[in-house]
Design a protein around this ligand. Sequence first.
Ligand SMILES: Cc1ncc(COP(=O)(O)O)c(C=O)c1O
Length: 381
Amino acid sequence: MTAVQNALGGDVIGGGVTLDDLPLREDLRGRSPYGAPQLDVPVRLNTNENPYPPPPELVADITRAVQSAAAELHRYPDRNAVGLRTDLAEYLSASTGVPLTWANVWAANGSNEVLQQIMQAFGGPGRLAVGFEPSYSMHPIIAAGTRTEWLPAPRRPDFSLDVREAASVLRENAPDLTFLTSPNNPTGQSIDPDDLAELVDAAPGIVVVDEAYAEFSDRPSAIGLLATHGHKLVVCRTMSKAFAFAGGRLGYLAAAPAVVDALQLVRLPYHLSALTQTAARAALRHAEATLGSVALLRAERERVVPALTAAGYDVVPSDANYVLFGRFADAPRAWRAFLDRGVLIRDVGIPEHLRVTIGTPEENDAFLQVATDVADQELSR
Ligand SMILES: Cc1ncc(COP(=O)(O)O)c(C=O)c1O
């Protein structure tokens, strides 16, 4: 902190204070914040965004919508975001065939905020959450922030989920919350609806299916299980990935209306700004154009995977817009070798593996060129 200067060129006021000097909660000491590097390099394939920017018609529509919302900024926004939730329910109903209404949908600033509200309402001190790792790193971080005990249960060595084993973990530990990620980040595999139903039946508490990458997968959504399992199933989605709206920050969920009522007990009033609501509604009006890129990205995934295999890599099968690949003698060193050649990918902390987001054809070509170049030095033999 002392390296930063203030407006007059001096040291930052308070810059000498460290975390050790603060009365921080003991259970947060020594923890690391979420921190995917944000580096200015030619090819950025590390945070699973859609590489295609919003089309000009969408940019124009958002601009118009924000301009008219700006005239009302002296007023708080609709606290319950009913218009946006209605649009999201329509999108989900059309894409899954499950008839949902706004009362089934809740939205917040990114699905991370939705996940946090779920943990605040159903987790917390004295409560247990289970996840099957490796999986999305924010699940345990949000558990820590809400003082929810986190029990990491394993996946198979090939990263697939052993459903029988997982069901017995749930029966034995009786968690208040279970996190299932499908397709799983960072490994890419989805969970079949029959397997999901078995896991929801085995779990005594709330089951959160995190479907951040659902649009990239052919598998039916867990939303199809809401009619039969709605008393404990919550399906989380985001506009950050397929919708190319990561900068807009909009995540949402589908569940029984009572779950939405529960989240209203912990959400901050007016948490979704009028600008966010109006911009997200504009983005939803252009869903067809934006989601057109999903087919391109899936086709690129089908091109990247065999090219990596041909270069000597093991690739974990993926239903998402990223692939986990290896096996590196030293994954952090290999990550650096990619970065030194202008390609930022992700070291997710899984030994021998790195994760790459599927980008535009040009970005993928650049990545594959570097992957071929570094294979000789970096692959384990
Ligand atoms: C599995 C999963 N869930 C949730 C999120 C959070 O997305 P956001 O907060 O941008 O909606 C991500 C982002 O990478 C993710 O990979």
